[in-house]
Design a protein around this ligand. Structure first.
Ligand code: OXD
Ligand code: MN
Length: 599
């Protein structure tokens, strides 16, 4: 009598017709065979064994380089449950369409059975999954990104309680690319792409889209958030979770080398992309990082922007779509001031300066979390770490100040729900367009976003000790288009103020949009920063915000009746505060009219 998982594998094999089926056990020996297979397939090279031991460079199909949001669907039974922010197809129609694409798709190929666990295996928050895939690259990446192999086999064989993912490269044509989620069945079907977020089904598909659906049903949170610990001079560590849209510096923030290390402030990394959180026995929200590796954006990564990850990616790392030097080392824009001579671009063509970038803007590294020098000693704690603050942030060249704090939980949910950012290369589509990305979950929330907001609001009333909520913007520019804030390791100065606010110490001024640091409240020593620059960075312009407010109103209309009343109330209150500020003398918002607040 075969088990549930075996029956499902048989069914998938009947459809896709693989020549071989290989159960992945996660062992070193099997890993070497799979890497060998990758090399044979000729889209992957071994890098310089002396300087980058056990490192590989993979080149994807040129039209398969980012998440394909247009091809991503939530196939819930009812269309309204997918909501206005997701593409929807009825489950039967989706299956019919994809059955045709999966039929015989693995002929002559190997189907790898990849059992995995998301989260520390013994954590009450951990979940099991199985991905069936015909891509050796996917297997090699899954081994880094999830706890893969034997650790999960028993669990998936002894119970039907796991998420199922079926993946085939298909013909890699963008026209025949679909990433379909069946949340009621805990099932994912993905065909036509080998790229990370479309193909490593444990990551965005399971750990965010399917998990967010489960989290709502079961009363927890699955979020697109990094998790970090900020250590203070007494050695105490306070944990914060932060949501930023893709490619807005989550990885760099999570792994930051603090500019205030000499003063005793340092940052510990728990996760860089996904947080699963539940109310713990102590009444606090406890978070785990369900992943085991980091799939980070390479361009811009250097010893000055992220020395921790640079140290980590010197070994056992898979690079995707990076440039290649004559010394068989990876290279990308921003890694060194000058590109080395004899460089090949991400498609393997000789590269010369002045052309398109050598590395694809969404090129990546896949590295085991444990290799990051700043990895927290608590990153695999079964109960998770207690979260004291949520931080939302986006790229906004104008409008939003460096940091502000929500007035209370519901206002914090409003700030998260109205998060907006200028788009990046992490997904296909136009770049630099401002789009609303609620809680940075727009591409990842597996159900109706209005219900998702309600879930957040409800959770706030259930957590006895809810985190405080903040918003940051590292990307504000001056009139000449230059970034005002140095960012990277200097961001710890903002985290320090957040910590002080959590501890009831930091001082803040009330503005219509929330609480901003009072003059002098941010630690700026050692930074070459004028008071005037700081004023621009923290400026809240009521006219600009009135425009923003109107935009939010239009955005809210798209949710119809499922937009929670609490958010409409918050919206109304912001409108009133802005109207009041606009009718008051101009200086009342910028400076003198703010009320100091220390609570
Ligand atoms: C990612 C993304 O890869 O958000 O993490 O696109
Ligand atoms: Mn992400």
């Amino acid at each position: 009598m075969s088990t549930f998982v075996e029956q499902w594998i048989e069914e998938a094999a009947r459809l896709t017709q693989p020549a071989h089926i290989v159960w992945c056990d996660g062992s070193e020996e099997q890993e070497q065979r799979i890497l060998w297979q990758m090399l044979e397939e000729r889209h992957t090279l071994r890098l310089n064994e002396r300087t980058y031991p056990n490192c590989y460079l993979h080149r994807s199909s040129p039209t398969d380089v980012a998440r394909s949001e247009k091809a991503t669907h939530i196939c819930s039974r009812s269309e309204s449950d997918a909501g206005p922010t997701n593409h929807w197809i009825a489950p039967a129609e989706a299956k019919e369409k994809l059955t045709a694409l999966f039929r015989g798709a693995m002929e002559g190929r190997t189907m790898y059975v990849v059992p995995y666990i998301m989260g520390p295996p013994d954590s009450p928050l951990a979940q099991a999954g199985v991905e069936l895939t015909d891509s050796s690259y996917v297997v090699a990446n899954m081994r880094v990104m999830a706890r893969m192999g034997r650790v999960a086999t028993e669990r998936v064989k002894s119970s039907g309680d796991f998420v199922r993912g079926l993946h085939s490269l298909g013909d890699l044509s963008p026209d025949r690319r679909f990433i379909m989620h069946f949340p009621e069945e805990r099932l994912i079907w993905s065909v036509g792409s080998g790229y990370g977020g479309n193909a490593l089904l444990a990551k965005k598909c399971h750990a965010l889209r399917i998990a967010s659906w489960m989290a709502r049903e079961q009363g927890w949170l699955a979020e697109h958030m990094l998790i970090l610990g900020l250590e203070d001079p007494s050695g105490r560590v306070t944990y914060m979770a932060a949501a930023f849209p893709s490619s807005c510096g989550k990885t760099n923030l999570a792994m930051m080398v603090s500019a205030l290390e000499a003063q005793g402030y340092r940052v510990w990394t728990v996760g860089d992309d996904i947080a699963w959180m539940r109310i713990g026995a102590d009444g606090r929200l406890r978070a785990i990082n369900p992943e085991a590796g980091f799939f980070g954006v390479a361009p811009g990564t250097s010893l000055s922007t992220n020395p921790h990850v640079v140290a980590a990616i010197q070994r056992n790392t898979i690079f995707t779509n990076c440039g290649l030097t004559a010394a068989r080392e990876p290279w990308w824009e921003g890694m060194s001031p000058e590109p080395p001579a004899g460089l090949f671009d991400w498609q393997g063509r000789p590269w010369s300066p002045g052309q398109v970038p050598a590395a694809h803007p969404n090129s990546r590294y896949t590295v085991p979390a444990a290799q990051v020098p700043a990895i927290s000693p608590h990153w695999e704690d079964n109960e998770g770490v207690p979260i004291s603050a949520f931080i939302f942030g986006g790229r906004r060249s104008r409008l939003t100040p460096l940091v502000y704090e929500a007035l209370d939980w519901n206002h914090g949910v409003y700030i998260g729900a109205t998060l907006a950012s200028e788009t990046t290369a992490a997904a296909t589509g136009d770049l630099g367009v401002t789009r609303r990305d609620p809680m940075a979950m727009l591409p990842f929330c597996g159900y109706h976003m209005g219900d998702y907001f309600q879930h957040w609001l409800d959770l706030g009333s259930r957590v006895p000790r809810p985190p405080k909520v903040f918003h940051v913007n590292w990307f504000r520019k001056d009139a000449d288009g230059q970034f005002l804030w140095p960012g990277f390791g200097e961001n710890v100065r903002v985290l320090k103020w957040i910590l002080e606010r959590i501890e009831g110490k930091g001082s803040a001024l009330e503005t219509p949009i929330g609480l901003l640091p009072s003059p002098g409240a941010l630690t700026l020593d050692g930074l070459n920063f004028t008071g005037e620059q700081m004023e621009i960075l923290l400026h809240v312009d009521p006219n600009d915000w009135t425009e923003e407010h109107a935009g939010i109103g239009r955005f809210f209309e798209t949710f119809g009746e499922r937009l929670p009343q609490e958010l409409l109330d918050e919206h109304g209150q912001l409108g009133e505060r802005l109207a009041h500020a606009a009718s008051a003398p101009r200086h009342s918002v910028g400076k003198g009219g703010k009320t100091p607040r220390k609570d």
